[in-house]
Design a protein. Sequence first.
Length: 147
Amino acid sequence: MPTMIDDNWVNCVKRKPIPKGTRLLVYKKYDGHCAYCGKEIQMKDMQVDHIVPVMKSYYGAKEEAEKVRKMISDGSFNEVGNLMPACRACNFYKSMNDIDGFRKRIQTQLEHTCRSTFQTKLAMQYGIIEYKPWDGKFYFERIKTEE
């Protein structure tokens, strides 16, 4: 098995375009909403996010990396079950995190930013913005509990 710095492995996991039919199924998963923030998105603006990110095949723990590599080789990596509709901001911010890593990133980094930057403190002081703790649930999790 190539190592994470092996060019042959990097070439093996080059991203393949996701077919239009699959993109449409992903878009319909949450009725045209970002699975994470819930923002309504147009099909043309939707980014298809991998729940299990491809970068886990490079940087994940050994078992995790092997699982992702198996998903890539057997084709299940690009199946609808591993794909989520995402707005550009959420997909960018999620980056190479899995769902729990993304949740933790939001809870720690954004909370820290809200409470520590001068501009945010000032905006809060003037009542322009208000800090509201997040319950830790993404849109796709909230709508599951409403059903």
